[in-house]
Design a protein around this ligand. Structure first.
Ligand SMILES: [Zn+2]
Ligand SMILES: [Zn+2]
Length: 165
């Protein structure tokens, strides 16, 4: 289940929200993001790196990325590539086709908690600010409930938190 925050700009009263984490079907989301990587949605170079890394996995949750300079933000998937700390493929429940198939679901994916404990960052994907071109950073937990208004730029604290699936 995912969570999110609702905002209402104190200055211009624009309402916006962000949905973080992932909804009910993480495996579906995972496959969708993989399809986009392979199709070159994140750049030709990124799809090549992915194709050349048979044990690469991703974290297909929604995260917020913020520009350090102008505070413009976006909500998108972490398509950084993670690989097993122990890359001896024979010793891991990872198939040559990159995925673990979970018991309860036919759709192959690598669970996020499995990545957190058994994987390490291989290539970090960076988003660049559409407004000023600078590199954006992945928001820390404490940054998620305070965002600038997409319309007027005013900084706002979230008015409520919600759960979604
Ligand atoms: Zn910027
Ligand atoms: Zn505003």
């Amino acid at each position: 289940m995912g969570y999110g925050y609702e905002f209402e700009c104190e200055k211009c009263h624009y309402k916006f929200d962000v949905s973080l984490g992932s909804g009910a079907s993480y495996p579906d989301v995972y496959q969708e993001v993989i399809r986009k990587i392979v199709a070159g949605y994140y750049g030709k170079r990124w799809s090549l790196i992915y194709e050349r890394t048979p044990d690469a996995a991703i974290r297909a949750n929604n995260y917020i990325y913020i520009c350090d300079y102008c505070h413009h933000w976006i909500c998108d998937k972490d398509v950084s590539l993670y690989v097993p700390k122990n890359r001896d493929l024979d010793s891991l429940p990872v198939l040559r086709n990159k995925y673990i198939v979970s018991d309860d679901n036919e759709i192959p994916y690598v669970p996020e908690d499995y990545i957190r404990s058994n994987y390490t960052t291989y290539r970090r994907f960076f988003y660049y600010c559409a407004k000023c071109g600078r590199r954006m950073h992945k928001a820390k937990d404490f940054e998620e409930n305070g965002l600038s208004c997409p319309r007027c730029g005013e900084f706002n604290e979230a008015v409520s938190r919600f759960f979604w699936n």
